[in-house]
Design a binder for this molecule. Structure first.
Ligand code: NAD
Ligand code: IPM
Ligand code: MN
Length: 357
């Protein structure tokens, strides 16, 4: 039986995780599938329980699973912790060797009205950010915090750049066949190396075109001409920043899922947003990104397009009916939205039943 390690995390994390798991359970009833779910403490919740954000038992559970499903971690309560929740997140990514983080931004016709961009600019937005996740300035040494100065180090090896670019080029082959490498090669040595390596990788994918853009200009184009992008390949920090910007095109950061993958072992699926401490406990967190993370997991790890499709259709119907949380200007709660999606899933079951009898 497929086995999923679930990490609800902090603040809105458990709220959206519960919603997504209830929806997932309802969909399994329709498709007669059965996934085993095992929950583990992670982030601030684990600091409170055992004094560290990534307990050994959580890491062992994640390693042994077929996939890891994470909601979000962090919050003001733990900002001064010796080891913060965020350190646990970096550690699990590194320990599972999840070097490629796939962050898709896609707007469906029904969602265009919610975009802060003009409809003509937002419509047909469909690009993927392939973010390097286990190197760059997030992990480079030395790293030092003093009172008079501080140091972070941006470091990339040729091998690290090559493997992330290969993920981006391979992805482009099954999309619009274009890769844009975003960097700051007018200033940074690591960016210059990205361009050198890209020039050696690109010829192996003759069906894919490639161009380079500076990240500052690209940040502008993501909101002024988002449809120019297909696959964006970029470093850890740039990918982090640009994916939140990209999410805003859809009307809320609460919609975009992500997949982190490595060489072997389980992939990790999580929303790109954080734990939203400002709305935690209010019951209004948007569950869409978490639900989309389940859909992405079912599709990419378990190849269960049937269960994924049942969830996706019910979600689309619910969005089209205007059942949306306050971040979209709606008045649904996390629970009422979840109930509406489950109702739509159960209707699928009834119509399937009618069809076969
Ligand atoms: P955030 O993404 O949590 O929130 C930014 C804004 O978006 C907030 O106003 C929040 O209310 C809103 N928002 C985010 N997700 C939402 C949702 N599902 N529904 C409705 N509104 C939503 O970013 P932040 O406030 O900068 O960070 C809060 C904490 O989350 C920090 O501790 C940060 O380190 C952590 N964080 C964790 C992850 C993760 O677990 N992968 C990712 C990003 C940030
Ligand atoms: C994300 C988050 C994390 C990151 C933080 C919480 C460490 O912002 O997943 O986008 O910077 O990678
Ligand atoms: Mn981020």
């Amino acid at each position: 039986m497929p086995n999923i390690a679930v990490l609800p995390g902090d603040c809105i994390g458990p709220e959206i995780m519960n919603a997504a798991l209830e929806i997932f359970k309802a969909a399994q009833q329709v498709t007669n599938t059965n996934y085993t779910i095992q929950s583990y403490p992670f982030g601030g919740a684990a600091i409170d329980a055992v004094g560290e954000p990534l307990p050994a038992s959580t890491l062992a559970g994640a390693k042994a699973a077929d996939a890891v499903l994470l909601a979000a971690i962090g919050g003001p309560k733990w900002n001064d912790a010796k080891e913060r929740p965020e350190a646990g997140l970096l550690k699990i990514r590194k320990s599972l060797n999840l070097f490629a983080n796939i962050r898709p931004t896609k707007i469906t016709p029904g969602m265009v009205q919610y975009s802060p961009l003009k409809p003509d600019i937002a419509k047909n937005t469909d690009f993927v950010i392939v973010r390097e996740l286990t190197s760059g300035i997030y992990f480079g040494q030395p790293r030092r915090l003093g009172t008079a100065d501080a140091v972070d180090t941006s470091h990339y090896t040729e091998a690290e750049i090559k493997r992330i670019l290969e993920v981006a080029f391979t992805m482009a082959q099954s999309r619009q066949k274009h890769v844009t490498v975003l960097d700051k090669a007018n200033v940074l040595a690591t960016s210059k190396l990205w361009r050198q390596v890209a020039a050696t990788v690109a010829p192996n994918y003759p069906d894919v075109t490639m161009d380079f853009e500076y990240v500052d200009a690209a940040a502008m184009k993501i909101v002024s001409n988002p449809t120019q992008f297909d696959v964006i390949a970029t470093s850890n920090l740039f990918g982090d920043i640009l994916s939140d910007e990209a999410a805003a095109i859809t009307g809320s950061i609460g919609t975009i899922p992500s997949e982190s993958r490595g060489i072997a072992g389980p992939n990790l699926y999580e929303p790109i947003h954080g734990s939203a401490p400002d709305i935690a406990g209010k019951g209004i967190a948007n569950p869409i990104a978490m639900i989309n993370s389940v859909v992405m997991m079912l599709t990419n790890t378990f190849h269960d397009t049937q269960t994924a499709g049942v969830i996706q259709n019910a979600l689309n119907q619910t969005i089209e009916a205007g059942t949306l949380t306050p971040d979209f200007g709606g008045n649904a709660t996390t629970t009422s939205m979840t109930t509406a999606i489950i109702k739509a899933i159960e209707a699928t079951k009834e119509s399937a039943y009618v069809k076969t009898t």
